[in-house]
Ligand binder design. Structure first.
Ligand code: SF4
Length: 187
């Protein structure tokens, strides 16, 4: 369904077309060269959904993790679960990327970066993140209004509309839908 994406384009695509939950995980991975289990699952399955092939996924995660734990430990402890996500290990289930509903109802703990920023960030951190995405003060206030009323997916929809300068009538209900709608607007 989705076109393939390659590792060399991934930073630019993350900036233009990832929803905030995935931008945050992506940036933390680049910064810390590490993500805990919940973050690896949420981002890893999303990347699979946007069309990152298994070989590229392994290279992408290894380039980061090996800076922290070394490439030997990456191969031993982390490569398996990436292949597993792609249905190449264990029961060979082809795991599907998480929906907004699943992400919003997850419970990230200390040191976790998964979850939905509209639901799980402090107000201060969310405002800063939205500013970094280029939202005007007015747009930020509109988003915060939805957040206060616990309409997290509507908050994400308003962010999409502000970032892309277009309406998103269907609303956002899946991070991979945010991505594909964004690519449609940008292409
Ligand atoms: Fe991600 Fe969905 Fe939250 Fe948007 S509403 S940040 S796509 S989980």
């Amino acid at each position: 369904e989705f076109a393939e994406i390659s590792i060399k384009d991934i930073d630019q695509i993350a900036k233009s077309s990832f929803p905030l939950c995935m931008r945050h995980l992506f940036e933390k991975l680049r910064e810390d060269h590490h993500l805990k289990h919940g973050g690896r699952m949420q981002l890893g399955l999303f990347l699979k959904g946007v069309g990152l092939k298994l070989e590229d996924a392994l290279a992408f995660w290894k380039a980061e993790f090996s800076q922290r734990v070394g490439s030997e430990r990456f191969d031993k402890e982390y490569a398996y679960s990436i292949r597993h996500n792609y249905g190449r290990e264990g029961k060979r289930t082809d795991y599907t990327p998480y929906s907004c509903q699943k992400i919003i109802t997850s419970a990230p703990g200390v040191g976790d970066h998964h979850g939905c920023p509209y639901r799980h960030f402090s107000e201060e951190n969310l405002r800063a993140a939205l500013g970094k995405m280029g939202l005007s003060n007015r747009a930020v206030e509109d988003v915060m209004d939805k957040v206060r009323n616990r309409h997290y997916q509507l908050a994400c929809t308003l962010t999409f509309e502000a970032v892309h300068g277009t309406s998103c009538d269907a609303g956002i209900n899946h991070p991979n839908q945010y991505f594909s709608d964004s690519q449609k607007v940008l292409q």
